[in-house]
Design a binder for this molecule. Structure first.
Ligand SMILES: C[S@@+](CC[C@H](N)C(=O)[O-])C[C@H]1O[C@@H](n2cnc3c(N)ncnc32)[C@H](O)[C@@H]1O
Length: 279
């Protein structure tokens, strides 16, 4: 049985062959698949494209001083990098299991379990705030941003990095089917267009000096992103009922044929938005 056959049969989640749907990050401990989510994050974080985005966010955060947080820190990779740059950073995540893993891997760093919408910190206690690929999981992004506003000092800096999944493109001859697959991936996330939506929300709340930079992530190897980005999209489309198991099998087989000919390519754009709470 090929991998695409397994996916189309609707039984892809064995311990050897787990497909993670990115939407599970919304409530990772409840998904009972947190180990798979951690494995997913580890694989994603190692992609050169993901490393470039992280590096870009560190540059964009700029020479901040004082106390800061990385909200939705996962297993803490960015926390370790920011700390190595001399920043005073605490990693915060909703998932106790993620935080346990982060503490085990990075015993010298600080981590706390909390919800982005209720950080449990005093008013005006943070000089800077960072969240990468977190707001895509928040249906009520506004609550998270208001909490950021409340906890930042006047003049404090916020940085958000998220994709807008409507920028996700995959080379495929079947345009209409491919659009259905990719758009249902956007719609499977609570806030799949976070990358472009947050600018409005930040300014509505009162943040100023909003600037956006974009980082296209380009992938030319199917094996590198098959389980991270391609199969989850097909899975989302199947769950939404917009493609049949047979269509998903054929579409995935076509992706393998393109890969064999060196013609696989996929892109998604990350939006890195910074702003400031006015003084
Ligand atoms: C896609 S991962 C990104 C992790 C990390 N920021 C990175 O860039 O590798 C999303 C993370 O956000 C966390 N998360 C989801 N909803 C959250 C919430 N409401 N508050 C805090 N963390 C949340 C998840 O547990 C997960 O660790």
């Amino acid at each position: 049985m090929t991998r695409s056959n397994r996916l189309a049969s609707g039984n892809p989640r064995t311990s050897e062959n787990r497909i993670v749907t990115i939407s599970q990050f919304t409530d990772p401990d409840d998904s009972r698949q947190v180990e798979a989510l951690i494995e997913f994050l580890d694989q994603f974080d190692q992609l050169p494209q993901a490393q470039q985005v992280r590096h870009h966010t560190h540059e964009r955060l700029g020479p901040v001083q004082g106390r800061g947080v990385d909200v939705g820190c996962g297993c803490g990779r960015a926390v370790a990098e920011l700390s190595a740059r001399g920043l005073d950073v605490t990693g915060i995540d909703l998932s106790p299991h993620m935080i346990e893993t982060a503490r085990r891997r990075l015993p010298d760093e600080r981590f706390t379990v909390a919800d982005a919408r209720k950080l449990g910190l005093p008013d005006a206690s943070l000089d800077w705030y960072r969240a990468e690929r977190v707001y895509q999981h928040l249906a009520d992004a506004d609550s998270g941003l208001r909490e950021a506003w409340r906890t930042l000092v006047p003049g404090g800096r916020i940085l958000l990095a998220d994709p807008d999944w409507d920028t996700y493109l995959i080379n495929a001859p079947e345009s209409a089917l491919t659009r259905r697959i990719l758009r249902s991936f956007t719609d499977s996330l609570p806030n799949g267009r976070a990358g472009t939506r947050t600018t409005d929300q930040l300014t509505t709340i009162g943040f100023v000096d909003v600037t956006v930079s974009v980082m296209p992530m380009v992938f030319t190897s199917l094996p590198a992103v098959q389980r991270l980005l391609v199969e989850p999209a097909v899975e989302a489309a199947q769950i939404a009922g917009v493609i049949t198991p047979e269509q998903s099998r054929e579409w995935l087989d076509e992706q393998h044929r393109l890969e064999e000919k060196g013609q696989f390519n996929a892109t998604v754009t990350m939006f890195v938005t910074t702003a400031r709470r006015p003084t």
